[in-house]
Design a protein around this ligand. Sequence first.
Ligand code: SF4
Ligand code: FES
Length: 298
Amino acid sequence: MDRASNKQLATLPIEFKLNGRTVVGRPDEPIIETARRHGVEIPHLCYSPELRPDGNCRACVVEIKGERVLAPACCRFPTQGMEVTTDSDRTRTSQKMVLELLLSDMGEQRHTKHNEVDVWAQKLELGLPRFPARLQPAMDLSHPAMAVNLDACIQCTRCVRACREEQVNDVIGYAFRGEDSKIVFDMDDPIQVYLRTVAAVPPLTKDREIELSRHVLANDSQAENAGRELVESNLAMVVSIAVRYGGRGVHTLDLIQRGNDGLLSALQTLSEHPNESFSDYAAACVESAIASASAHRK
Ligand code: SF4
Ligand code: FES
């Protein structure tokens, strides 16, 4: 007879005790899930069945007979004969303390109402938090597509895991240490944020570019908006030229800045080149500004 593989063994049912009752679980199913199947709710915040368990919030701790410290039920798996208690005084005190500390940090505001911490706090009949709040990170408005009230963030890292492991898109991260720790986007690096912003602007069609240039040359009522659209749709071009001149002693951010100056001067002098395509003329101005900055490095 073939020997069962570890994978097959992990799916074989086992029996363990949950709050004194014998239940059937599996070695590859976390205690929190077996408990849920048997009608026992364990508080949890950082756990989501769709994501890899991280065990960082400790709201789900349970007592395991014979073990000195409480174990997180979201990333602890049962073994045959294990005895687990989810609702003893010790576990409830610990679960409530986690919730109370998080509630203390989360001042009541419109955007913090009806959150998951409140839901669990009510279920565990927790009163008002007793502790002073930590200084919360400021709201992150660094990108047009992202606006996050970081004072409502409990740093459960569910967004980080969803972004990294499900979307395979490392935009969201967790950075810094201790009380400075916070969720960050694009590694909190302004150049990454800037690059994403300019890359998101679609290029102009030739017809649209001609139409916008006409408004600028006529200096009519739409000239200002047309000029802005011409500039914004060429910011990615500036970056691509700046990157080509990188590594020659001038920081890429400085080269981008000089290139953007060249782009603006192209717009201001467009009337001197009425028969040229704006993007061609602007590219020449941008390259000249960047080449000059690169040549005059200190
Ligand atoms: S922003 Fe991310 S880390 Fe913060 S509470 Fe929401 S999911 Fe959790
Ligand atoms: S839910 Fe288990 S540690 Fe957060």
